[in-house]
Design a protein around this ligand. Structure first.
Ligand code: CU
Length: 77
Protein backbone atom coordinates (compact mmCIF):
# COMPACT_ATOMS: atom_id res chain seq x y z
CA UNK A 1 0.00 0.00 0.00
CA UNK A 2 1.01 3.59 -0.43
CA UNK A 3 1.39 5.72 2.67
CA UNK A 4 2.14 9.40 2.68
CA UNK A 5 3.95 10.83 5.69
CA UNK A 6 4.52 14.45 6.55
CA UNK A 7 7.96 14.54 8.19
CA UNK A 8 9.66 17.39 10.01
CA UNK A 9 13.38 17.85 10.48
CA UNK A 10 14.77 16.80 7.11
CA UNK A 11 17.14 19.42 5.76
CA UNK A 12 19.51 17.79 3.28
CA UNK A 13 20.21 14.71 1.21
CA UNK A 14 21.73 13.03 4.24
CA UNK A 15 18.36 13.25 5.95
CA UNK A 16 16.65 11.87 2.87
CA UNK A 17 19.04 8.91 2.90
CA UNK A 18 18.59 8.40 6.64
CA UNK A 19 14.82 8.28 6.36
CA UNK A 20 14.96 6.05 3.30
CA UNK A 21 17.36 3.64 5.00
CA UNK A 22 15.29 3.59 8.18
CA UNK A 23 12.24 2.54 6.18
CA UNK A 24 14.20 -0.04 4.18
CA UNK A 25 15.42 -1.65 7.41
CA UNK A 26 11.83 -2.71 7.91
CA UNK A 27 11.01 -3.38 4.28
CA UNK A 28 13.98 -3.64 1.95
CA UNK A 29 11.70 -3.64 -1.08
CA UNK A 30 9.95 -0.42 -0.06
CA UNK A 31 9.69 2.32 -2.66
CA UNK A 32 10.48 5.62 -0.94
CA UNK A 33 10.04 9.05 -2.47
CA UNK A 34 11.11 12.05 -0.44
CA UNK A 35 10.32 15.64 -1.28
CA UNK A 36 12.76 17.57 0.85
CA UNK A 37 11.15 20.96 0.30
CA UNK A 38 7.72 19.90 1.56
CA UNK A 39 8.80 17.16 3.95
CA UNK A 40 6.55 14.74 2.16
CA UNK A 41 7.59 11.10 2.19
CA UNK A 42 5.63 8.69 0.02
CA UNK A 43 6.23 5.04 0.78
CA UNK A 44 5.03 2.01 -1.11
CA UNK A 45 5.40 -0.82 1.35
CA UNK A 46 3.87 -3.95 2.79
CA UNK A 47 4.66 -2.72 6.30
CA UNK A 48 2.09 -1.10 8.55
CA UNK A 49 2.14 2.69 8.76
CA UNK A 50 2.81 2.37 12.48
CA UNK A 51 6.02 0.42 11.88
CA UNK A 52 7.26 2.88 9.28
CA UNK A 53 6.42 5.85 11.45
CA UNK A 54 8.41 4.32 14.32
CA UNK A 55 11.35 3.78 11.96
CA UNK A 56 11.30 7.43 10.89
CA UNK A 57 11.02 8.55 14.51
CA UNK A 58 13.98 6.35 15.47
CA UNK A 59 16.05 7.93 12.72
CA UNK A 60 15.55 11.24 14.53
CA UNK A 61 12.75 12.87 12.53
CA UNK A 62 9.24 13.84 13.49
CA UNK A 63 6.25 12.38 11.70
CA UNK A 64 3.47 14.95 11.78
CA UNK A 65 0.88 12.97 9.88
CA UNK A 66 0.29 9.94 7.74
CA UNK A 67 -2.33 9.26 5.12
CA UNK A 68 -3.28 6.51 2.75
CA UNK A 69 -3.41 2.75 2.97
CA UNK A 70 -4.36 1.63 6.46
CA UNK A 71 -2.59 4.68 7.83
CA UNK A 72 -5.51 6.54 9.25
CA UNK A 73 -4.63 8.87 12.07
CA UNK A 74 -5.71 6.06 14.40
CA UNK A 75 -2.68 4.05 13.29
CA UNK A 76 -0.42 6.70 14.75
CA UNK A 77 -1.90 6.80 18.23
CU1 CU B 1 20.35 16.33 6.65
Amino acid sequence: MTIEFQVEGMSCQHCVAAVTNAIREHDEAAQVQVDLASGRVVVESTQAAEVLKAAIDEAGYTVKSAAGGAASSDALR
